[in-house]
Design a protein around this ligand. Structure first.
Ligand code: 5RP
Length: 224
């Protein structure tokens, strides 16, 4: 049976394929989560020179990496990573991002922070002039849900729990609309400072270093 890919899916594959050129031989690779990353993992597994090991951000990526024949190691064993590859829900010209559509934001942010270089791979629909149209995912300790939602409301945001979803870390996700993204670094820190917030999906303190954008052609951007 053949399945036809949407244009967006084809572009995700194109971005992932281009990202392979950023993998340096012999280096442990950090890997995020999501459908673009899934394609990247499959391509990496089929590459002539596989990395010696990978650190993955989600149970979903772990399963795909195992199937692709990649060796997975815990971040605690390697401590620092040379290069991290991940997708995004939105990315702006400063290479700040909204991530967490796949609920893996906390481990993604940890690995990104532990990595010397962050390569973001997106189809062209994710490239935006200003962040904020995509609801901002926030991982929250379940006990603190109502308190965190009230604090976010005081910042002008409206939070909605993402159904019955429980993250790989045993927490819930709330998706937030209505926040002001004019100071991304400040907003990321403010949200992190609410007791009960584990992590938020705004990646400003640790922006990407390179963004591969797959549209009609491939474009590679560094921060404006
Ligand atoms: C998961 C993420 C993903 O990178 C983001 O949701 C993009 O996913 P996709 O590649 O499926 O469009 O942040 O938590």
């Amino acid at each position: 049976m053949t399945t036809s890919l949407s244009l967006q899916d084809q572009r995700k594959i194109n971005a992932a394929r281009h990202a392979l050129s950023f993998v340096d031989a012999g280096q442990v690779v950090g890997i995020g989560s999501g459908s673009t990353v899934a394609r990247f993992i499959e391509l990496l597994g089929a590459a002539p020179a596989k990395p010696p090991a990978v650190v993955v951000a989600s149970a979903q990526s772990e399963a795909i990496a195992l199937k692709a024949g990649l060796k997975i190691v815990p971040l605690n064993d390697v401590r620092r990573i040379d290069c991290y590859f991940d997708g995004a829900d939105e990315i702006d010209p400063s290479l700040a991002m909204i991530k967490g559509g796949g609920a893996a934001l906390t481990r993604e942010k940890i690995i990104a922070s532990a990595s010397k270089r962050f390569i973001c791979m997106v189809d062209g629909s994710k490239w935006v002039s200003t962040l904020g149209a995509f609801p901002l995912p926030v991982e929250v300790v379940p006990f603190a849900e109502a308190y965190v939602c009230d604090r976010i409301a005081a910042l002008g945001g409206a939070a909605k729990r993402r159904g019955e979803l429980i993250t790989d870390n045993g927490n819930i996700i709330i998706d937030v609309v209505g926040l002001n993204f004019s100071d991304c670094d400040g907003l990321e820190a403010t949200l992190n400072n609410i007791a009960g917030v584990v992590c938020n999906g705004l990646f400003a303190a640790r922006r990407a270093d390179v963004c591969i954008i797959a549209g009609d052609q491939i474009e590679t951007r560094t921060a404006a």
